[in-house]
Design a protein around this ligand. Structure first.
Ligand code: BGC
Length: 346
């Protein structure tokens, strides 16, 4: 099948394209605004294609959204406490766009920029973005490529970036999954496993309290599959405070290797998903703040706990935590990380 590119809308006079990738097994739609995945069709157990990611029908809604539906997030995904960090002895100050803290790259992160199409074929799309020196307060200019590839029943997302000064780089994708179909409401009956021995406890502003903590003997232990509902109802302080899961789990693959980070299942559709990554952590977020409910694609209502995100990334606030894996991208080096979402039915 040929790749399909069409006009999705215009942002400040600039064209935003919608690209459809289809390899005959799965299909994916991506818009150049925010490099956002706006639809992902996988087969259910009756061999019917089911769209399992939340999204919007119009560019306007993507431009106005604060939920980062499907978007590529950067330059630094997740939070940086007080919007401050020090690099090579110099202090930097970033926008505080989430209370007292910096979130997902600032006021105009990569999720709210128009990306350029570099290469497109039926099962592959390469998008590029240039982020200038000082943009959103970050040092150095950064050249970013994201390559989306359909391989059988899998979507691979490879991030490559290089900077002309040492800078921070933490790129992720913020898709909201609902394996029963994007508009099917609560994920309570769906099951999840996160293959992490440790996680990062946070304060009420989602800033790490200290270091990492073992999941053992707590409801954060997701190493054996459990329903979302069972854990979302837990009165464990970390889950109550965040109104669900909004936590980074330690995946720690060996350098340059991929590791199975998480798996999720939906009995109703039979759709199951695996997440493999080369990145050190995964933020499990259960759409805790989709309140009041939003109207999404096809007029569907999306509400709290109506989806889950598995955002592979460096740990929150790592620029201020010397004990966490370092998210500094040095001049002359490449940020090169891949996350694969693969699907099967049971
Ligand atoms: C964060 C949440 C935040 C959401 C939408 C997630 O990655 O962990 O705290 O509300 O993104 O901004």
């Amino acid at each position: 099948m040929d790749s399909d590119i069409r006009l999705f809308g215009k942002a400040a006079g600039e064209q935003v394209q919608l690209i459809t990738l289809d390899n005959g097994t799965i299909a994916c739609q991506i818009i150049t605004y925010g490099a956002a995945i706006c639809a992902l069709y996988v087969n259910n157990k009756a061999h019917e294609r089911t769209d399992i990611v939340l999204g919007y029908d119009t560019l306007q809604e993507y431009m106005q959204q604060d939920g980062y539906f499907g978007a590529a997030v950067g330059r630094y995904a997740n939070r940086i406490a007080n919007g401050r960090f020090t690099l090579n002895g110099k202090a930097y100050s970033l926008a505080k766009n989430d209370g007292n803290n910096h979130l997902h790259g600032g006021n105009v992160g990569f999720s709210h920029r128009i990306w350029q199409i570099k290469r497109v074929q039926s099962d592959k799309l390469e998008l590029a973005l240039y982020s200038s020196d000082g943009e959103e307060g970050y040092p150095g200019s950064l050249d970013i490529r994201i390559i989306y590839t359909l391989e059988g029943a899998a979507l691979s997302i490879r991030y490559i970036a290089a900077a002309d000064k040492d800078t921070l780089c933490n790129l992720t994708n913020h898709s909201y999954f609902n394996l029963a179909g994007h508009g099917s409401g609560s994920i309570a009956a769906q099951k999840l496993a996160v293959y992490a021995d440790d996680y990062i406890p946070c304060d009420a502003e989602n800033i790490p309290l200290g270091g990492i903590a073992p999941v053992a003997d707590t409801p954060m232990d997701l190493r054996t599959p459990v329903s979302f509902g069972a854990r979302l109802a837990s009165d464990f302080a970390q889950i109550k405070q965040a109104h669900g899961f909004d936590h980074n789990f330690v995946i720690a693959p060996a350098a340059g290797q991929m590791r199975l980070a998480a798996q999720a299942w939906c009995e109703q559709t039979g759709i199951a998903m695996r997440v493999h990554t080369t990145l050190p952590g995964v933020q499990l977020y259960t759409a805790n703040y989709i309140e009041p409910p939003r109207r999404g694609k096809g007029g569907c209502a999306y509400s709290k706990h109506g989806a889950f995100c598995l955002e592979t990334q460096f740990f929150p606030d790592s620029p201020n935590r010397p004990d966490f894996p370092c998210a500094v991208l040095k001049t002359g080096e490449y940020f090169d990380n891949t996350t694969i979402y693969s699907f099967y039915t049971e």
